[in-house]
Design a protein. Structure first.
Length: 323
């Protein structure tokens, strides 16, 4: 991918898609004051060289499905192979190498209880080069998922964000059913799939597809997310924070983290530490300033383990490495 920093127009388009990933180019163009053709051209370039992907995801927390964060301590020669194998699974995301390349961190995106049994009790314990497996169940999400990180840094004004925000839903909310599997599968590959594409995948009428998609989005069980090359946004340093907070301060610490501009994801977990957070900053100096400053001053924070990402292997989608 290109390493040139995104300019302000790129960032406006990315933030607009974060507000509503299925927005027509005409709506984005009107809100930010450029032509439809300009938005379409920049969008194609962001997809081709900026790592942009728009995907439809199910909110597992809202659906009551268990999420887990995995910490896999590996022998140095095995970490990259294990991370790559996990990246190819459809039930994983946000995979990275930390701890000098000897630990793989991975979030799971569950589809069924069987997914966990297969991964946690079946494949991983028998995988060579894994020295230790820590599986931390996510208890409560403070920030992340449908809440986009770019809104903390993007250039759109409050009026522009309001103009892009989808209108209140007119459809009755509805949770996914097994019949929605073809629709959800297409949206997971391309969150901007057209209605004719969704119609062909589901075998229903275009009006039925529109109505069902509106119901799923209205429920919050389905949301449209984006991924992109964060380095080109100007943030070249990412780390995972394993935080231990006093139980009586746990909720307050999590809510405070959600408001910090540096935090891209934060959740309460079961396990040795009770909060996990993903921090994204410009460089090592900013990481130190955050850990020793805003985070260190939070009442109730008792211990912090900071593990910088050496490399991101997967965000939301899997892309085979370029040979």
């Amino acid at each position: 991918m290109d390493s040139t920093p995104f300019d302000e127009l790129d960032l406006k388009i990315l933030q607009a898609l974060e507000v509503d990933g299925r927005l027509p180019f005409s709506r984005i163009a009107e809100a930010i004051g450029v032509s439809d053709q300009t938005v379409a051209r920049r969008y194609r370039k962001l997809v081709a060289s900026g790592g942009l992907r728009v995907v439809g995801l199910q909110d597992s927390q809202l659906l009551g499905l268990d999420n887990w964060m995995l910490r896999l301590r590996c022998t140095p020669e095995g970490a990259e192979t294990i991370a790559a194998a996990l990246a190819r699974r459809p039930d994983t995301a946000w995979i990275g190498l930390t701890s000098g390349g000897t630990e793989v961190v991975c979030a799971t995106l569950p589809r069924s209880r069987g997914d966990y049994d297969d991964l946690l009790l079946g494949k991983l314990p028998r995988t060579p080069h894994i020295v230790e497996i820590r599986a931390l169940q996510m208890l409560h999400r403070f920030f992340g998922g449908p809440q986009g990180w770019l809104r903390k840094h993007g250039p759109l004004t409050a009026d522009q964000r309001a103009a892009l925000r989808p209108p209140p839903p007119t459809a009755e909310p509805a949770l996914p059913t097994p019949d929605d599997a073809p629709l959800l599968a297409v949206l997971k590959r391309d969150g901007r799939a057209t209605y004719p594409e969704l119609q062909r995948a589901t075998g229903t009428s275009e009006s039925a597809v529109k109505r069902r998609l509106a119901q799923l989005l209205a429920s919050g069980a389905l949301y449209i997310d984006i991924e992109y090359d964060m380095l080109r946004v100007g943030f070249g340093m990412a780390a995972i924070l394993w935080i231990t907070a006093a139980p009586r301060h746990l909720d307050a610490v999590g809510r405070a983290l959600a408001d910090h501009a540096e935090i891209a994801y934060a959740a309460a977990t079961a396990g040795p530490s009770n909060v996990v957070a993903s921090v994204v900053v410009r460089d090592t100096a900013d990481l130190y300033a955050y850990v020793s400053g805003r985070l260190g001053r939070l009442e109730g924070v008792e211990h912090v383990e900071t593990a910088p990402f050496m490399r991101r292997v997967k965000q939301l989608t899997y892309r085979p490495p370029i040979r």
